[in-house]
Design a protein around this ligand. Structure first.
Ligand code: ATP
Ligand code: MG
Length: 396
């Protein structure tokens, strides 16, 4: 009989636009959906006709499953649906059952049917399918009237080769590409608003993530570090479990403060962060660095400062937030659930030894001259050697 399982129609976003590589991307997407649903028993995930169909036991909460699928990158949208045989009587019966349920749950009074025939060999054309099913619903649900303009329920009937689908909702996913289709990047992850969003954005394009976090213990507290772990765990909810390398930057900061002009502290520290991250990245198969830098946001992110920072490393540095406004970054942070944690007031290593008047237009030669007073290689090697690596698991 119909509906022994919850069915979910999953539409692929950009994956659907791929050419010859499409099967590869679809396979990766199916794999990622399976992983996201691994914790539930008896869930099936299959590709068919450019769509992905997920079937879950009916006793599983359909909103919960749809929610899990919606977080998988590469998913454009999801519709929880009823699956029936492609036969008008069966479709009609299922539509009546579906609508009666909605009358009870949501008190709907009007409806409209939107029918689509993906299988052109089906003997009845789309407008006629809509009319036939509409008539059956009117008979089966006496409380309902048709409203073609603003119906309380727009019911979709999607007739395919063997099976047809009835659904009402379209839950939006994030789009993007399946994780694992675009290498691995090393995010410099602070406890702020920006870097978790930057990590999320790159992961959304299919990039696996690994992270490096700097602290200045005991100037920064253990609680500040826990906050970064909390943030990382939220990000892991989207990009899966990942490694985070935690490094104490204090010896480097002290060496800079002792040997270099005060106003250059921040930019010099930033160059060290990048160099250390690059070294760890190279050891862990990461092909790029990622930061939450944003043009003009603070003194260390002016065009001139970014040039000087960029010169510190060979590896490409991705700055997905570079041209965004803060308000839009905050919107993403709220949407993905990192914002509330990011704004908790804990100190960051960047705020330790913060110069009163940081240079906003640093000159590369001058910064290099200051840096040459330091034993850069040794400081970096020591920092890398002292790293502590933790595995970040998705937040429940
Ligand atoms: P965020 O909200 O990400 O902290 P921010 O506006 O505070 O950004 P900065 O403190 O100047 O900016 O840092 C710029 C970028 O440098 C961050 O987005 C992040 O990628 C990296 N970064 C800053 N602090 C740290 C840290 N403690 N550990 C690792 N990376 C850091
Ligand atoms: Mg910061």
């Amino acid at each position: 009989m119909m509906n022994e399982k919850n069915t979910f129609i999953v539409r692929c976003g950009e994956v659907a636009l791929k050419g010859l590589n499409k099967p590869y991307f679809e396979r990766m997407l199916v794999d990622r959906i399976k992983r996201a649903l691994k914790k539930y028993d008896n869930v099936e995930v299959k590709r068919n006709e450019g769509l992905i169909f997920v079937k879950a036991p009916v006793d599983l909460d359909s909103d919960l499953i749809a929610g899990e699928i919606s977080r998988v990158f590469g998913v454009a949208s999801i519709s929880p649906a009823i699956e029936v045989d492609s036969e008008l009587d069966e479709i009609g019966k299922a539509a009546v059952g579906y609508m009666n349920d909605l009358i009870e749950k949501k008190g709907i009074k009007t409806f409209k049917i939107d029918a689509k025939r993906a299988d052109k060999s089906f003997p009845v054309k789309s407008p006629d399918i809509a009319r036939t099913i509409g008539a059956k619903v009117l008979i089966g649900c006496k409380a309902l009237k048709v409203d073609v303009h603003v119906p309380d329920c727009l019911l979709f009937v999607d007739v395919r080769k063997d099976k047809s689908y009835i659904y009402e909702q379209k839950i939006m996913g994030y789009g993007g590409l399946p994780l694992g289709t675009n290498g691995k990047g090393m995010i410099l992850l602070s406890g702020g608003i920006d870097s978790p969003v930057a990590a999320w954005m790159m992961a959304k394009r299919g990039m696996l993530i690994e992270a490096v976090h700097f602290h200045s213990y005991p100037y920064t507290s253990e609680r500040a570090q826990e906050k970064t772990v909390d943030l990382a765990r939220i990000v892991a909810g989207y990009c899966g479990r990942f490694k985070m390398h935690v490094i104490n930057l204090l010896p480097i900061q002290e060496s800079i403060v002792t040997n270099c002009p005060e106003e250059e502290t921040t930019i010099l520290v930033r160059r060290f962060m990048m160099k250390i991250a690059e070294k760890v990245a190279a050891q862990t198969d990461c092909c790029m660095l990622i930061t939450g830098e944003n043009l003009g946001q603070v003194a260390s992110q002016t065009a001139e400062a970014l040039v000087v920072t960029d010169h510190s490393v060979q590896m490409p540095v991705m700055r997905p937030l570079i041209a965004m406004d803060k308000i839009d970054i905050m919107d993403i942070a709220k949407n993905i659930g990192t914002y509330e944690t990011s704004i908790l007031p804990y100190e960051d290593c960047c705020t330790v030894f913060l110069p009163k008047h940081p240079v906003t237009k640093p000159k590369l030669e001058k910064i290099l001259a200051s840096e040459s007073r330091l034993d850069v290689e040794k400081l970096i090697d020591d920092a890398v050697a002292s790293k502590e690596t933790v595995t970040i698991y998705p937040a429940d």
